[in-house]
Design a protein around this ligand. Structure first.
Ligand code: SF4
Length: 222
């Protein structure tokens, strides 16, 4: 895209600081159901679901965790079975060996360091084996204590298209968003972008004509 066109589009929509709240408000009214798609009933089930969701769909994870959570209710339960049995039980989520190893190591650490409870601080969550910053951010936000902003593939694409960041690296994108998005919206904001990304701002062909924020978006095609 020619630089002059990009510049003109940015000028047309105005500075991102002035656009961020209208973007949040409009997306919130467009997607009132925007929330995590993983099903869980406890902090432990949340942590396990998010760990299993790497490289697969939420639908797939929910299919596996239904029976899984009937069998494994406490951290001890994940350590009480042979590793191969846990691998079989999570097989359908893919990367099952790696995930089973991470789950067992995480459960051991929960028992040893955190009295068997899921910690709420991001700095503690990222210590758990197999829990990267994105996973930790999702868990902390769902526990009502967001300390960062989740950046997945949808958040990254939409933040760039909406002109909220020029970065490519998820950590730098998160930093840009943290400076821009008011803290009380850190938990909701990624869900809004994820749902908008699935329904409207689709990766290959964005449906700009049906987009509630097309007058605030420098990448709009209408
Ligand atoms: S206007 Fe188009 S590119 Fe911009 S957010 Fe909406 S769908 Fe995506």
């Amino acid at each position: 895209m020619p630089q002059s066109y990009v510049h003109e589009a940015r000028r047309r929509v105005g500075p991102k600081r002035a656009r961020i709240l209208p973007i949040i408000e409009r997306l919130a009214s467009e997607h009132p159901d925007a929330k995590i798609a993983l099903r869980y009933r406890s902090e432990l089930e949340l942590l396990v679901s998010v760990m299993l969701s790497a490289q697969t769909t939420d639908v797939n994870v929910n299919r596996v965790t239904g029976p899984l959570f009937e069998k494994y209710k406490r951290p001890e339960d994940y350590l009480a079975v042979p590793p191969e049995e846990l691998e079989r039980d999570i097989y359908a989520t893919g990367f099952f060996r790696q995930k089973a190893r991470a789950l067992r190591a995480t459960m051991a650490m929960l028992l040893e360091e955190f009295d068997g409870r899921v910690p709420r601080r991001l700095d503690d969550l990222v210590l758990l084996p197999g829990v990267a910053r994105k996973t930790a951010n999702v868990v902390a936000a769902e526990l009502g204590n967001p300390q960062g902003i989740v950046v997945d593939t949808h958040v990254r694409r939409l933040s760039q298209r909406l002109g909220l960041t020029r970065q490519e690296d998820p950590i730098k994108i998160e930093r840009d968003l943290q400076r821009l998005v008011p803290r009380e919206h850190w938990g909701l904001f990624p869900h809004l972008l994820i749902w908008h990304g699935r329904r409207v701002c689709i990766a290959r062909v964005p449906r700009c004509e049906h987009c509630a924020v097309n007058d605030l978006c420098p990448s709009s095609r209408v």
